[in-house]
Design a binder for this molecule. Structure first.
Ligand code: ATP
Length: 379
């Protein structure tokens, strides 16, 4: 159980040489929260986590636990648990000895160590493997040992850096559920670094999307999924079609845009979408559309029904069809652009088609990302 009320990062930054790996990170984490730091490789996620852990000194800002500065404390005095991508287990020690190690370092009595180790091992469901060496376990089992080793210390905060990235797809799903279950049943506070949006959306109470060492947007999974404030965040939230465009006109929160590089007469197809942020005619923008929001129309027959007003239409030809169980992922080539759609029935490769979407599912963002000021949404 976390024994603090809030952890606050104020203007936290870290420079390497002349380069800011992390800059101006402001974030307040409440006890019991699960917060995911999400972003592509190199955006500063691990740097943020290592600054929190005390493995990297800050070059700017401060970190406070219930108002008390902790960024000057060494890692072992912060009382945080860490789980890394590489499990970092001792190969020559059994599962139970690996889990007991931290408690032994604290000099706890033998009986207490034994009972806490037994409890932690049973929490991660490794009871029957307690005497085995790490090398005799699967990747998922080793990761569970690493988690048991962190939670046995009853840390006030658990920091996890891409803990599932070495596991295969099925194990990753199982372990994801396991991590959420442990977080809830132990009342932990967890900060979790990942580049996998699905993992972040399914695990976290709040997501922090990072770009080039800065926060791009903070919000609940629902807020980020439904209302990304930039095309960069939309890209992480399943808007696989991010298309450069130019605003032709705007009115009442909507923008008509032209998509260069698409077929469709003149300089490209025109679409109407919801304008996110202030836009004016002539602005460079990016249009974001989820594959599942496109409706594919072939020879006048629609494979799905657009709900609401249609945004316009982009002509093209089916270039690739992938089977995905209940539906198909369809690539549609239009001019020099490939669009991604999903349809229940498989269209013929090469068939001429057109794509449309409801106006409210087409988001139009300013091209410039720095125009978006990240707002921290209260937990
Ligand atoms: P990944 O998912 O690939 O681990 P990340 O988002 O965690 O990426 P960081 O590891 O935090 O990114 O790195 C952020 C930036 O800081 C990168 O440009 C990286 O090259 C740089 N960086 C990180 N550690 C150091 C270091 N010790 N010395 C110099 N530059 C570093």
């Amino acid at each position: 159980m976390s024994d603090f009320e809030s952890l606050e990062l104020r203007g936290v930054g870290r420079r390497f040489g002349g380069v800011d790996a992390l800059s101006g990170l402001d974030l307040t984490i409440k006890s019991g929260e699960f917060v995911a730091l999400l972003g592509p490789s190199g955006c500063g996620k691990s740097t943020a986590l290592n600054c929190l852990a005390g493995l990297l000194p800050l070059t700017h800002g401060e970190i406070l636990l219930d108002g008390r500065r902790i960024d000057t404390l060494p890692p072992e005095r912060r009382g945080f648990g860490m789980v890394f991508q590489s499990y970092a287990l001792f190969p020559h020690l059994s599962v139970e000895k690996n889990v007991a190690f931290g408690l032994q370092m604290q000099g706890l009595p033998r009986a207490e160590i034994d009972s806490r180790v037994r409890e932690a091992i049973s929490l991660v469901k490794l009871g029957e493997h307690a005497k085995k060496l790490p090398g005799q376990l699967s990747g998922g089992q080793q990761q569970r040992v690493a988690i048991a080793r962190a939670v046995v210390l009853e840390p006030s905060l658990v920091l996890m850096d891409e803990p599932l990235s070495n596991l295969d797809a099925k194990l990753r799903l199982d372990m994801r559920t396991e991590i959420r279950r442990l977080h809830q049943s132990l009342g932990l506070t967890t900060i979790y670094v990942t580049h996998d949006q699905e993992e972040a959306l399914s695990l976290a109470d709040r997501l922090v999307v990072m770009r080039e060492g800065r926060v791009q947007q903070v919000g609940t999974p629902d807020e980020l999924y439904e209302s990304p404030t930039s095309w960069y965040v939309a890209d992480f939230m399943g808007y696989r079609n991010i298309l450069p465009a130019t605003v032709v006109s705007t009115s009442a929160g909507e923008a008509v845009v032209e998509l260069p590089g698409t077929a469709g007469g003149g300089d490209g197809a025109r679409l109407t979408g919801r304008a996110v942020g202030g836009l004016a005619a002539g602005d460079d923008v990016r249009v974001a559309i989820r594959p599942e929001d496109f409706v594919l129309v072939s020879s006048g027959v629609s494979a799905g029904s657009p709900t609401g007003r249609a945004a316009g239409s982009i002509p093209g030809a089916v270039s690739v069809v992938e089977y995905h169980g209940r539906e198909h992922a369809v690539g549609v080539q239009t001019g020099d652009t490939m669009l991604h759609a999903r349809t229940p029935a498989a269209p013929q490769v090469g068939a001429p088609v057109s794509l449309t979407a409801p106006v409210e599912r087409v988001l139009v963002f300013p091209e410039a990302l720095d125009a978006v000021v990240p707002q921290e949404v209260a937990a």
